[in-house]
Design a protein around this ligand. Structure first.
Ligand code: SF4
Length: 300
């Protein structure tokens, strides 16, 4: 079976820096066309999960059947740190945004310029936007801290191109791209920047976790894409034993769950900028996620 990429997907993959090679058909006696293998970049096979993305033939939107929420243990207050705002688990979207914006529950509040709640379609009257996909990264960096928005700069551009390759477009501000859906929300595990872009401390992750948990409960996405080690560890800590000891590569290639929502693990775009050879694996991850939660693509 061959990978059926249309012109627009190929253009997006080029923007991601992923080269798609498709062999010329050969005569049937020598090798059937169906036997041709599609490779990306380093030659990784990607025929396992084909995106159902086709701008010419819009995918019919299925009824929104978000996964039923699954109860998770209430996050405990981290000893020695200031208390979080009360009642996070009952907040609506506006209250949650306000709670994050005023949060002083760990030391990261001292050095941040802005909190970074996330970006997606506009919310109305305290109700979370309706999105099918949730992208979870690690923590804001310098640019994100200044902008108050996740995934800006080069890593953000790469993420945007990856999302466009599967028919998703961030936010409401930029002009709509033909055939792209805005049914995606992008956030991080930590809502404030660790100084000098150091790794998040376990206590900071634990203290910030209720905000992400509540975002998932309110957004009720059909797919969570966990980008990077800290996102994977934070989301899978209750479902994968000793997840902290498992390399990211071994968490890829399977569908996990968080609060009943399917989770696919992949590489952080900042890592992909340094490790070009792994872009093919990231595309494979996107295809896996897409096979679980097809993007609803609308023609212009
Ligand atoms: S990182 Fe999270 S817990 Fe810490 S101050 Fe920011 S919002 Fe609060």
């Amino acid at each position: 079976m061959s990978l059926d990429l249309d012109k627009r997907q190929r253009a997006m993959l080029r923007e991601m820096g992923v080269r798609v090679w498709q062999p010329m058909p050969v005569v049937a006696e020598v090798q059937p066309v169906e036997a041709a293998i599609n490779t990306i970049a380093t030659g990784a096979r990607i025929e396992r999960a084909q995106p159902r993305f086709d701008a010419e033939k819009p995918v019919v939107a299925p009824a929104r059947t978000a996964p039923a929420p699954v109860a998770a243990p209430a996050p405990r207050q981290v000893p020695g740190l200031p208390p979080r705002p009360a009642g996070i688990d009952r907040m609506d979207w506006s209250a949650l945004q306000a709670a994050v914006s005023g949060c002083r529950a760990c030391a990261l509040c001292e050095s941040r310029k802005n909190t970074v709640f996330g970006v997606g379609p506009a919310a109305a009257d305290g109700v979370a936007p309706q999105v099918d996909w949730l992208i979870v990264g690690e923590a804001p960096g310098e640019n994100e801290d200044l902008a108050g928005e996740p995934f800006v700069g080069q890593a953000g551009k790469l993420l945007d191109n990856m999302l466009l390759a599967i028919g998703l477009q961030r936010g409401d501000d930029a002009p709509a791209r033909t055939g792209a859906s805005r049914s995606v929300f992008i956030t991080n595990v930590l809502k404030c920047r660790p100084p000098a872009n150091r790794n998040p401390e376990p206590a900071e992750v634990a203290q910030c976790e209720p905000y992400l948990k509540r975002q998932v409960e309110l957004l009720r996405p059909k797919m969570i894409l966990a980008l990077g080690k800290f996102a994977a560890q934070s989301l899978l800590q209750d479902s994968v034993p000793e997840v902290q000891k498992i390399p990211l590569g071994k968490l890829r290639g399977q569908v996990h769950h968080y609060l009943g929502v399917p989770v696919v693990v992949s590489y952080h775009p900042a890592y992909l900028l340094r490790s070009l050879g792994d872009k093919a694996k990231a595309w494979d991850d996107l295809c896996l996620a897409l096979s679980v939660a097809p993007t609803v693509v609308r023609s212009a």
